[in-house]
Design a protein around this ligand. Sequence first.
Ligand code: SF4
Length: 368
Amino acid sequence: MERTEIIRWLRERNPGRLAELWAAADRVRHDHVGDQIYLRGLVEVSSYCRRNCAYCGIRAGNFRVERFRLTADEVLDCAARVADFGCGTVVLQGGEDPKLTVDLVASLVRRIKTEFGLAVTLSFGERPLADFHVLRAAGADRYLLRFETSNPEVYARLHPPHIAGELPRRELLRELHAAGFEVGSGSMIGLPGTSYDDVANDLLDFRELDLDMIGVGPYIPHPETPLGSHPRPLPPNEQVPNDWLTTCTVVALTRLFCPATNIPATTALATLRPDGRELGFRCGANVWMPNFTPPRYRASYEIYPGKAAPTHAELRLHDISEILARLGRTLGRGPGPSPHYLTRSVTANTRASCSECPTSSVATPSIS
Ligand code: SF4
């Protein structure tokens, strides 16, 4: 698909035309990652962060947010519940909290692997390169680090550097690959200042960065952030909207561009519409991340307001199975690695990349 066609799809608002695109993405999802939906139990470990990303509600400069940091025992208790619930993976997520030392995280990873046999995904932002190797050696399977936008000026404005000379996230993604992780990234749709061309670049970057997991969600303004109070959008005809329709279109295009990756139906999409998660699954997604953070802490992890994240206490496996049955999907068992990663791993010497995925054979509706 040429860039001009990507942009025409991103600008398309006709529901009938978009339904064709989403159906094509759903077919590609079926052919490349199957009908299973894999559960990843999300545990928000710490809301402390040293950074000041302009869009994020738990940025260091927001003094109105209550901070928490789970103890090691609390993390292990959450992991036990994740395993009991039937998830094959636990996702440990947090801000860039200096007190989450590499030794502490590595010890948690080792204990989770030994005691519960779960795959472990980490999402703790930017860390020294040596940390990635220590965490991988401890048994961590995956690392998530979203680059948020491919527009370097917007990125620099929204994501001020913490120390001089630090590597941009795109470079860190390559280091995560080199350390042997299954690597996830993604972008935010409708960040003020981003154009349709920028989102087309995001999609091309997903492929170029050879990602195994890709999360895309809408930008949801937080009032206690610089971007929430002073958004500085482009003129209306140039600014990409942060709505559910555009987000679903990007999910569908992501599936068409990177057919064998794992793609979550994001909580941010579910925050925009009660049926947002189901919509995500209909247009290419295959991963669900229920939230296992203890309820007393969950409200404090307010990256954006109104987060739609039922906890394990509110969401039963039976409810999930019913939703999946309505979609004609089944529950995935086990860790559910991305087929793209498996291909990369077994052909390490003749490395398969996104550009070698058989997208050329994918029948996509043309737009005119
Ligand atoms: S987006 Fe991540 S790194 Fe940035 S302030 Fe929020 S938690 Fe910290």
